[in-house]
Design a binder for this molecule. Structure first.
Ligand code: A2P
Length: 340
C-alpha cells in the first residue's frame, strides 16, 4: 500500500461502516479516494458527501488497495475474495474468516506481528473479544491467564443500526403508554429489559455464537489454546458501549496494584474508577475499572471493562490495522530502496 490509497468501504451505511468513514477522516488516513458500498437499496444515497454504490453482481471492485468490510458474514464470504483478487487487502469485520488458520485475527495493540505474511485477508475480531484482549494481554504477558469467567453487557448497536431503532421505538412506545412494537431482531423486547443470551444458537449448541466467538478468538489472539473460558453474553438496553465483568484467574499470582500498574502503561487502556458505556461512547479507549482481588481464589482478580463497540470494538481497530499495514509497506519500500 503506498500513500494515496484507494479505499472501498463495504457496508458503509451501517452502524460500523459510518464510524469507519468518520475514523478514516478523523485520523487523516491517506486515502486518494473512498468509495462507499452498501446494498442495492442504498445505491445513489449521499453519505457525508460520497455517493453510495450498490454491491451488485457487475459492480466494479478492481483497483482498490484497501477494502474495509462491515456488511455481515454472507456479504464478506461472497465479496471479500473478489476484492482481494482485484488487488485489495481486505480488513473484514465479520465472522466469515476469523477461524481460518491462515487469516490473521488482529488487535492492533496486542498481536500486530500476526499481520506478517498475510495473504490479502485480515479479520477484525468480535467487539466483545476486542476490548477484553486490550485489557487482558498485558496481564497474560506478565503472569499467564489460566481461566476467564466473563459476563458481557452488550449494547444494541452491536447488532446493527436497525437494533438501535428497535430499542428506541420500544422505549418511546413504553414511555408514551402505548403498546410496544413486537420484537423483530431480538427474541424478547429489549427496552427496559435484559436478554440473557446475546447472539444466536446453532443447532444443538447451548452456547450462543457470540459466546463461541469469545472463546475461540481469545485463544487465537493470545496464541494460547490452554486458556479456559466460561462466558455468558447478555444484551442490555444501551445504545453504544459494551461492558464486561471479567474474572481473571492467572497462572502466577498478581496483585491488584501490579495489574493496575501494568494497565496504566498499556496501549489503548484507560484506567477509570467506574467506567460506563455512556462515558466510553465516541472514544477509542478501553476503560478498565473495579480491579480487585477475588477473595475466593488466591490467583484471581475481578475487573470491569467498557468500550465503544463501534469504535475500538470494530472501526477503530480496522483503521489501526490499515495504518499498521501502511507503515509496514513504507518501511519495506525503504528497505528495498536501500538494497538497490
Ligand atoms: P444497506 O444500508 O443498504 O442495507 P448494520 O450492521 O448497521 O445493520 O449495517 C449493515 C451494512 O451492510 C449496511 O451498510 C447495509 O447496507 C450493508 N449490506 C447489507 N446487505 C448487503 C448486501 N447484500 N450487499 C452489500 N451491502 C449490504
Amino acid at each position: 500500500m503506498s500513500t494515496g490509497v484507494r479505499v472501498a468501504l463495504v457496508g458503509a451505511t451501517g452502524a460500523v461502516g459510518r464510524t469507519m468513514l468518520q475514523l478514516l477522516r478523523e485520523r487523516g488516513f491517506p486515502a486518494s479516494e473512498i468509495v462507499p458500498f452498501a446494498s442495492e437499496r442504498s445505491a445513489g444515497l449521499n453519505l457525508d458527501g460520497l455517493t453510495v454504490r450498490g454491491l451488485i453482481d457487475d459492480a466494479e471492485v478492481d483497483g482498490f488497495e484497501l477494502a474495509l468490510f462491515s456488511a455481515g458474514a454472507t456479504v464478506s464470504r461472497k465479496w471479500a475474495p473478489r476484492f482481494v483478487a482485484g488487488g485489495a487487502t481486505v480488513i473484514d469485520n465479520s465472522s466469515a474468516f476469523r477461524r481460518e488458520p491462515e487469516v490473521p485475527l488482529v488487535v492492533s495493540e496486542v498481536n500486530p506481528h500476526a499481520l506478517t505474511g498475510h495473504k490479502g485477508l485480515i479479520a477484525n475480531p468480535n467487539c466483545s473479544t476486542m476490548q477484553m484482549m486490550v485489557a487482558l494481554a498485558p496481564i497474560h504477558r506478565e503472569v499467564g491467564i489460566e481461566r476467564l469467567v466473563v459476563a458481557t453487557y452488550q449494547s444494541v448497536s452491536g447488532t446493527g443500526h436497525q437494533a438501535v431503532e428497535e430499542l428506541e421505538s420500544q422505549a418511546h412506545a413504553s414511555l408514551h403508554g402505548v403498546e410496544m412494537p413486537p420484537p423483530a431482531l431480538y427474541p424478547e423486547p429489549i427496552a427496559f429489559n435484559v436478554i440473557g443470551a446475546a447472539g444466536s444458537f446453532a443447532d444443538g449448541d447451548d452456547h450462543t455464537d457470540e459466546e463461541r466467538k469469545m472463546m475461540f478468538e481469545t485463544r487465537k489472539i493470545l496464541d494460547d489454546q490452554a486458556i479456559g473460558i466460561a462466558v455468558t453474553c447478555v444484551r442490555v438496553p444501551v445504545r453504544v458501549g459494551h461492558s464486561e465483568a471479567v474474572n481473571v484467574q492467572t497462572r502466577e499470582p498478581i496483585s491488584p496494584e501490579r495489574a493496575r500498574e501494568l494497565l496504566s502503561n498499556a496501549p489503548g487502556v484507560v484506567l477509570d474508577e467506574l467506567p460506563t458505556p455512556l462515558r466510553s461512547a465516541g472514544r477509542d479507549g478501553v476503560f478498565v475499572g473495579r480491579i480487585r482481588r477475588d477473595e475466593s481464589h488466591p490467583r484471581a482478580l475481578h475487573m470491569w471493562v467498557v468500550s465503544d463497540n463501534l469504535r475500538k470494538g470494530a472501526a477503530t481497530n480496522a483503521v489501526q490495522i490499515a495504518e499498521l499495514l501502511q507503515v509496514a509497506d513504507r518501511e519495506s519500500g525503504r528497505l528495498a530502496e536501500r538494497a538497490v
